[in-house]
Design a protein around this ligand. Structure first.
Ligand code: GUN
Length: 287
């Protein structure tokens, strides 16, 4: 039987520590860390994510605003809002929830968030810094995965790490963080030949491909650590990951559930990044 990696429990502990450090920082400097989340349109999944981010901020004692813009908003209107937030001293972190409506250019919007307020670490400057291993903002989901591994005392160094999925948000930065932790990293994707052969090599398998129950027991090595980043809704309305839990769990040594695995860890990184951004802003002002 695999050990269940309880993201909810780990996140609760880490967030309590962030709240404590945030309060200490506020006492010392008079500055409360602040996050602005911008959502354009009414994507139901995005609305849930944004709500969870706001609640997490409030629980951590951070200042938090949610800017809701209609689906019909123009790119100029969104850029104008970002300009306002950029100049707002109460706001240290700005996050634009993705996906954006099709008529808005995602790259232009992400480029308009100043790198020092880019708590998602999606700006090209921050993406580049992640590649170099010299960064203040961690990419939220991959860093959440690393935190969970660390909490469970799972050492990455020298291990065969296989990442399934090559998105800019998860797969690519995940590979970088595993590499920085001295893992031997392979990235697989939809065109990978003999995928199961590659995934069976993994000591640590991270799956972020966006296909429900895609990884089955026959694709996993006995004793592997399996991290499921997927979040898919089945026809019956139930949430499920990218890993077929029923067939994979008996082979794994440790596995994350969905929900309650990686999800809570992602928002935890966002809080950590918001605190970092606030600290950096205070430091920059002193200089
Ligand atoms: N949409 C799905 N995941 C994310 C995320 O990590 N950040 C943002 N901004 N949008 C998302």
């Amino acid at each position: 039987m695999a050990k269940l990696i309880d993201g909810k429990k780990i996140a609760a502990e880490v967030r309590a520590d962030i709240a404590r450090r945030g309060a200490e920082f506020a006492r010392e400097t008079g500055v409360v860390p602040g996050l602005a989340v911008v959502i354009v349109g009414e994507n139901p999944a995005s609305q849930v994510y944004v709500r969870n981010k706001r609640i997490a901020c409030e629980k951590a004692g951070f200042y938090s605003i949610v800017v809701e813009m209609p689906e019909s908003s123009s790119e100029e209107e969104l850029l104008g809002k970002l300009e306002e937030l950029k100049n707002d001293e109460r706001i240290h972190g700005i996050l634009v929830q993705l996906p954006l409506p099709k008529h808005i250019n995602e790259s232009s919007v992400l480029a308009a968030i100043p790198p020092e307020k880019d708590v998602d670490a999606f700006h090209v400057v921050n993406t580049g810094r992640i590649m170099l291993g010299d960064y203040s903002f961690l990419p939220c989901t991959p860093a959440g995965v690393m935190k969970a591994l660390e909490y469970e005392n799972i050492d990455v160094s020298g291990k065969e790490c296989v990442v399934v999925g090559r998105s800019n948000i998860v797969g690519k930065p995940m590979a970088m963080l595993l590499l920085h932790a001295n893992g031997t990293v392979t990235v697989c994707h939809s065109r990978t030949a003999n995928l199961a052969e590659v995934t069976r090599r993994a000591d640590i398998l991270v799956v972020a491909i966006g296909k429900a129950d895609f990884i089955t027991g026959d694709m996993v090595k006995e004793g592997a650590v399996v991290i499921d980043v997927g979040m898919n809704r089945r026809d019956d309305g139930k949430l499920t990951g990218d890993v077929d839990f029923a067939s994979v769990e008996p082979k794994a040594s440790a596995i994350t559930p969905v929900p309650g695995g990686v999800g809570p860890m992602t928002i935890t990184t966002l809080l950590e990044n918001t605190l970092t951004a606030a600290k950096e802003a205070v430091k920059a002002k002193k200089q």
